[in-house]
Design a protein around this ligand. Structure first.
Ligand SMILES: Cc1cc2nc3c(=O)[nH]c(=O)nc-3n(C[C@H](O)[C@H](O)[C@H](O)COP(=O)(O)OP(=O)(O)OC[C@H]3O[C@@H](n4cnc5c(N)ncnc54)[C@H](O)[C@@H]3O)c2cc1C
Length: 304
């Protein structure tokens, strides 16, 4: 397994419980690390992200799973005998099958102070953290991910009646403006110069003309960039959107290689990533089972 977030650890645990020898190589930088709490994962509500993964790693270790803290730098095919996974900061490993669960990178709009507030009071997913900021003065800041941001502006209004949309670099069509204002969203034009932070809390959005609009929380639409170099360099096929394509079990176009979680599915929340990991783990076990049967048949006396 490359990546030890919700997706990778779930795949790893299924396989370890199926008595396979499993190693997770993890750089230990999960996407939701800046957040204080996890929401939307049945039975884990309010838990710290690091605690959730620590429990997952312990469960995996309880089935003789091994976690290596390192960064995988390449996957190389060993003919039809499996793969070598090259690692920076750890040993190279050979494997009969590989699951890549390396997640994605959130590229935030270039607004000063945004990165520092990310996951605290700068958010992107109201399903994850909207309830916690309900009825607060919310901002939605325009960035490079136009479709996501336009949808987000209408969506977050569900959690608060006080939403201000700052198009920033987005030029609104008349119909879009009508839809937003009809929904009770105030539109404030002008370039966003930065965030105003007082006593470690967001208190406003500052425009280039010096105007400050008081706000407690800002939503943004990051560009979602998959961490898929290992897959594309191996030759895994991509779709029209240039993301690596998989079958419903997460299997890529390269036999023996699965890809699951945010690396191939940007909207996947933790529970979806975990579910995809479990599905891939079972599929990989079936793939190994078929190899095991073929090896046994080839070695059986009747076959010789
Ligand atoms: C601020 C924020 C808050 C969020 N809050 C929630 C929430 O409350 N509820 C919810 O359901 N979802 C939430 N999400 C979404 C959640 O983060 C994702 O659904 C989840 O992280 C996807 O899991 P994953 O296993 O695919 O990727 P990740 O959790 O990102 O794990 C990928 C792992 O792979 C490692 N890795 C990457 N490249 C390599 C490499 N080359 N070699 C070895 N390891 C590597 C990374 O270091 C990381 O540990 C939030 C997202 C953000 C940004």
């Amino acid at each position: 397994m490359i990546g030890g977030g919700a997706a990778g650890l779930s795949a790893a645990t299924v396989l370890a419980r199926a008595r396979r020898k499993v190693t997770v190589i993890d750089a230990c930088e999960p996407r939701n690390a800046p957040a204080q709490h996890v929401h939307g994962f049945l039975s884990r509500d309010g838990m710290a992200p690091a605690q959730m993964l620590a429990i997952g790693r312990d469960e995996f270790a309880g089935y003789d799973g091994r976690v290596v803290q390192a960064r995988a730098t390449a996957i190389e095919q060993l003919g039809d005998r499996g793969f070598v996974v090259r690692c920076d900061g750890g040993p190279d490993l050979t494997a009969r099958g590989v699951v890549v669960a390396t997640g994605l990178r959130d590229e935030l709009p270039e607004i000063p102070d945004l990165r520092e507030r990310w996951g605290v009071d700068v958010l992107h997913c109201p399903y994850c953290h909207g309830y916690e900021v309900r009825d607060m003065p919310l901002a939605v800041l325009g960035g490079d991910n136009r479709p996501f941001t336009m949808h987000q502006a209408s969506l977050v209004r569900q959690w608060s009646s006080d939403v201000v949309f700052f198009p920033n670099r987005i030029t609104l069509a008349a119909e879009e403006r009508t839809r937003l204002t009809a929904r009770g969203i105030r539109i404030v034009e002008g370039a966003v110069a930065g965030l105003v932070v007082k006593e470690h809390q967001l208190s406003g959005v500052e425009l280039a003309d010096g105007q400050i609009v008081p706000r407690s929380v800002a939503f943004v639409g990051p560009r979602f960039v998959p961490c898929d170099d290992l897959l594309t360099e191996l030759g895994c096929a991509t779709g029209e959107d240039r993301w690596v394509s998989t079958d419903p079990t997460g299997h890529t176009s390269v036999t023996g290689v699965w890809a699951v979680g945010n690396v191939v599915d940007s909207p996947a929340q933790l529970i979806n990533a975990a579910s995809a990991g479990t599905k891939a783990g079972i599929a990989l076990n079936h793939f190994l089972l078929e190899q095991d049967v073929q090896t046994a048949v080839a070695a059986s006396p009747r076959h010789r």
